[in-house]
Design a protein around this ligand. Structure first.
Ligand code: NOJ
Ligand code: NOJ
Ligand code: CA
Ligand code: CA
Length: 713
């Protein structure tokens, strides 16, 4: 059955059990599950690598409760106006979980639209808040999606069916502040009480620096994105408001968070947000750093590696569209993208690849060949990372830019080829850990054909794809699959066939027919510890960390952070739970040693923070610099680089909030701590100029935000 049975059973603490019924929503299953695990979250909320996420625009999936529909100017009952509310809601998602549509598809997480109360005004051009990105009160629900009780029911029903719930969180802004005042002026409420609006903002809860022209990182953080009222996260009230809000939603039992617009908020403040999340209840957190096609940005990778959260994999998303949708690039370009992302991301398997989403034209082209969609889904679902499938892609929904890419679900047909491809590969993702944790190796390539292998422990998946209308002979192919005969996992759905692997790992020359995808797999018995995933990748001493992989053995061994042992709270052959030991802040290699003394290869770069994190703004005035030189801060705590100028924090900004020769940067620091530090200037060739005199000192606040201002010396 396509349910993530492995994870599900692990959640019950069972290794094998027969569950009657072959479909996820069979009545036997439900009866069994609701007794055993009603309301119990899937155990694994930090590791999504074995999962497949299904992205839903809540207003467009299904109307499960017409009583909560918007009316009048806000509504478009037949959804002919795609900028208005069309009636979809959480009850509709509950219905489609219970009917088996999502469980049979095999997706194991749903990512829903921002669930918060949004503004209820209509703008004649840009429409309504049907998408959920125009929050008014982060503590309440969007009434058109449902009330809090229905939200909790969604979480419960999802959990009972092995599905995790991911919410979209939007801490960058409230809603548009339009000059013609058609909307609600970015108004903010807290638990039903008015707080402020963009033009009624005596406490400066919002930035008032105009709209961004994207000319620099600083510009896009501290100015409004479009005309969305931009929060000042440095303001103590807003910092607390947003952190309290996410804690409240974590308390509903959600399993994941997608963070909107992460390229538009101070990166180190976001690190304090992620610390708040992991400290409260760790869940898989991934951000949206929008990259355009063919854009690669060092800041993007830096954020993915430093913030503690993952990113939506825009590099993958654009590349696969070029190769299989637009045919503007070929498999060599795809291979290069795989190599670049594997090299640049510390944890490429934690990123979230996709083939389309609500911010780009649908993958399926009107009047185009849906076979391209099927092939792209097969590549996506056998990819490294946690794949996200956009709702309706399995029904070949088409549409250009927003809002055309957000049409209502046209049908819930379970017989489409795309539905079958997803079904077959979600099942493989949960049964063969090579897809979740394996590296990706090129085995054969030309512009039209790509044969790649995923391997982890003794598990192997080999994929062969020919995107073209031509036949190709594939000769000289080698694989890690053991000698034997392998049926196509897709059962011929995309014309795949059986392969025979010789004793030396070779496969005799074969012909790959047009538009064919073959998937061959071997699930082995890993006997030495293979560590695939550690999550979260950042935390504090005392936090729980989950290690996933294969071959840990059934007898408890040891987990180490560097050379310090971590106490183990649970141990199985594929999953260990341990507690981050009381080591000082820094980066640690994490290893698993089994009961026979065999050690895994290390998971590098687990970040131990020095304690609860707060955000502080460091300002240094009168720091004149030469061309190419920038100001940074370095100090005596891990968060300030432990006096290592190579790890100095910055570069500081000097154009929007303060202007050159004054510089500022919002920094994450351990709360309630006496720190010593200096500002430094670092030239483009790396030359470091330290401030003269004694170290500066600063005691960080115990919560809330802080500020330190000094003059360069
Ligand atoms: C990115 C979201 O995905 C997009 O749909 C939204 O409009 C903007 N961020 C602003 O919230
Ligand atoms: C590191 C030292 O520990 C610190 O005290 C000093 O100010 C800087 N280096 C600059 O010399
Ligand atoms: Ca409704
Ligand atoms: Ca911002």
């Amino acid at each position: 059955m396509p349910l993530d049975r492995r994870t599900f059973l692990k959640g019950l603490g069972l290794s094998t059990i027969g569950i009657a019924g072959s479909t996820g929503a069979g009545s036997d299953d439900l009866a069994f599950v609701s007794q055993a695990a009603a309301g119990t979250p899937p155990e694994q909320t930090v590791n999504f690598a074995e999962n497949v996420i299904y992205q839903i625009i809540s207003d467009r999936f299904r109307d499960g409760n017409p009583d909560n529909n918007a009316t009048g100017e806000l509504a478009s009952d037949d959804c002919s106006n795609l900028r208005k509310y069309c009636g979809g809601d959480w009850q509709g998602i509950i219905d489609k979980i219970q009917s088996g549509y999502l469980t049979d598809l095999g997706v194991s997480a749903v990512w829903i639209s921002p669930p918060f109360e949004n503004i209820t005004a209509v703008d004649s051009d840009i429409g309504t808040s049907y998408h959920g990105y125009w929050a008014r009160d982060f503590t309440d629900t969007n009434q058109f999606f449902g009330d809090m009780e229905t939200f909790k029911q969604l979480v419960d029903v999802a959990h009972q069916n092995g599905i995790k719930v991911v919410i979209d969180f939007v801490p960058n802004h409230t809603s548009p502040s339009t000059s013609d005042d058609e909307l609600e002026d970015g108004v903010l409420y807290d638990n039903g009480s008015y707080v402020a609006a963009y033009n009624d903002d005596p406490e400066s809860y919002f930035h008032h620096n105009g709209g961004t022209d994207y000319s620099s990182y600083e510009d896009q953080i501290y100015r409004n994105l479009y005309n969305l009222a931009d929060f000042d996260q440095h303001e103590a009230y807003i910092d607390q408001y947003l952190k309290d809000a996410i804690k409240q939603w974590l308390d509903t039992g959600i399993d994941g968070i997608r963070v909107d617009a992460v390229a538009h908020m101070p990166p180190k403040w976001q690190k304090t947000l992620v610390d708040t999340i992991y400290d409260h209840r760790p869940v898989f957190t991934f951000g949206e750093w929008f990259l355009g096609a063919d854009q690669s940005n060092p800041r993007y990778y830096e954020f993915s590696n430093d913030s503690g959260m993952s990113l939506l994999d825009f590099r993958f998303g654009h590349e696969i569209r070029q190769v299989l949708r637009d045919f503007t690039d070929d498999w060599y370009g795809f291979r290069d993208m795989l190599q670049e992302t594997a090299a640049e991301h510390d944890q490429v398997i934690d990123q979230v690849p996709f083939i389309d989403n609500h911010d780009m034209p649908r993958f399926t082209v009107e009047g185009g060949d849906t076979r391209n969609t099927d092939m792209a889904l097969a590549v996506l679902l056998t990819s490294r990372g946690t794949p996200a499938v956009y709702y309706g892609t399995e029904q070949y929904l088409t549409g250009g830019n927003d809002p055309e890419n957000r049409k209502p679900m046209p049908s819930f047909d379970t017989t489409t080829t795309a539905y079958k491809v997803i079904q077959e590969l979600t099942a493989l993702r949960s049964s063969n850990p090579a897809l979740a944790y394996g590296d990706t190796e090129e085995r054969w390539i030309n512009s039209d054909v790509f044969v790649y292998e995923r391997e982890f422990g003794d598990n192997v998946v080999l994929v062969a794809i020919n995107r073209s209308l031509d036949w190709y002979d594939v000769s000289g192919l080698h694989t890690s699959l053991p000698e034997g005969t392998y049926d196509d996992v897709l059962g011929g759905t995309l014309d795949g066939f059986t392969a025979t692997v010789n004793a030396d790992g070779s496969i005799d020359t074969f012909s790959l027919s047009p538009q064919t995808v073959c998937v061959w797999e071997y699930t082995g018995t890993t006997t030495e510890p293979a560590l695939g995933h550690v999550g979260p990748t950042m935390g504090q001493p005392g936090h729980t960390v989950v290690l996933s992989g294969d071959g840990f053995g059934s007898t408890e061994g040891t987990v180490e952070f560097g050379t310090t042992s971590a106490s183990v709270t649970s141990w199985s052959d594929t999953e260990i739970e341990a507690t981050v030991p009381a080591v000082s802040g820094g980066y640690y290699d994490v290893t698993v040693t089994d009961a026979n003394g065999v050690q895994s290869t290390p998971f590098s770069g687990y970040e131990v923070l020095s304690g609860d994190q707060i955000s502080a703004r460091f300002v240094v005035n009168d720091a004149t610099t030469d061309m190419g030189e920038n100001v940074y801060v370095v100090g005596n705590v891990h968060e300030l680089g432990n006096w290592d100028a190579d790890r100095a924090v910055g570069p500081f900004f000097n154009q929007v909030v303060h202007e050159y020769p004054n510089w500022y940067y919002d920094v994450n620091l351990p709360a309630g701590t006496d720190i010593e530090f200096k500002f430094v200037k670092i030239a483009s060739d790396g030359t470091v100029t330290w401030e003269s005199g004694s170290n500066r000192t600063y005691t960080t606040p115990t919560d809330s935000t802080g500020e330190y201002t000094g003059t360069w010396k």
